[in-house]
Design a protein around this ligand. Structure first.
Ligand SMILES: [Zn+2]
Length: 279
């Protein structure tokens, strides 16, 4: 087989491999994105839980402070009842007022902190519900990815082996060229030359439409063993089968069929002859 025929075979298998790989990789990308999203949500949940614990501890501390203040106020009230003189009475009363003020402040702070506890609990609940929803999405994504791997896995392995066999038929230099162009063009490494006008010797690259010189057309129509790239898009150019030079093996095939035709013609003549002989 000529180089360009082998390159076209390689191209055909390569395109199939790429299409399958991209199916798997998009399912994988989607699944991995769900995993990342869930990991982020889990971190946020831990942060909220830590926040909640801190707030609850702070509420508890304020409650302890509050009851200590209450006890002291109660003690002072008892002292007040047993105070013996006016000066002592006023002093205790003053201390009580200060303490009550402090206690009110503690109560106010405790109420605020409790509100924050409630808010944080609600946020945590909403967050947990989001996680449950996300887990469902992740399961669906995982199912699709597994299914894709199951469907595609074997076929991909087969195609990859086929691609390796096709690549083996192409010389090293041209294979590297093909691989490079295929990567650059997302698997569209080959471009058929469009004949714009044979009479005016006008040709174009079938992929990017940029003019292809007559010389390239002439070279490819007499020789399929050359990889010529489009000067604009770098794709490897080829001619439609009808304009390609006959493959030596294919030529043999034509010869064989010519022989067959001759044989058939001879057989027909012979039959005619037999017929006439009978008459
Ligand atoms: Zn081109």
């Amino acid at each position: 087989m000529a180089l360009l025929d082998n390159l076209l075979t390689l191209h055909r298998v390569d395109s199939q491999v790429r299409a399958l790989r991209s199916r798997v990789s998009s399912a994988e990308t989607y699944f991995k994105a769900q995993e990342r999203q869930l990991a982020l949500l889990a971190r946020q949940k831990t942060e909220l839980e830590t926040q909640l614990k801190q707030l609850q501890a702070s509420v508890h501390a304020l409650e302890v402070e509050q009851s200590t203040a209450n006890e002291r106020v109660d003690r002072l009230r008892a002292d007040l009842n047993t105070s013996t003189n006016d000066r002592q009475y006023k002093a205790i009363l003053n201390e009580m007022k200060v303490l009550e003020g402090q206690r009110d402040e503690i109560v106010k702070r405790a109420v605020e902190e409790m509100q924050r506890v409630d808010e944080t609990k609600k946020r945590l609940e909403t967050h947990e519900a989001t996680i449950v929803e996300r887990q469902k999405v992740r399961e669906v994504a995982k199912g699709k990815f597994d299914e894709c791997m199951k469907d595609v896995g074997d076929r991909l392995a087969e195609l990859e082996a086929e691609r390796a066999r096709a690549a083996d038929l192409v010389p090293d230099r041209e294979r590297k060229l093909f691989d490079r162009v295929a990567d650059e063009t997302e698997g569209e490494a080959m471009a058929e030359i469009t004949i714009v006008s044979l009479r005016h010797r006008e040709f174009a690259c079938g992929a990017c439409n940029i003019e292809v010189p007559f010389e390239t057309y002439a070279r490819l129509s007499s020789n399929s063993n050359e990889a010529i790239q489009c000067k604009a898009c770098t794709r490897i150019l080829f001619l439609a089968e009808a304009n390609r030079p006959a493959d030596p093996k294919a030529a043999k095939g034509t010869k064989a069929s010519e022989e067959d035709r001759e044989k058939a013609a001879l057989a027909r003549d012979k039959a005619k002859f037999e017929k006439t002989k009978k008459l």
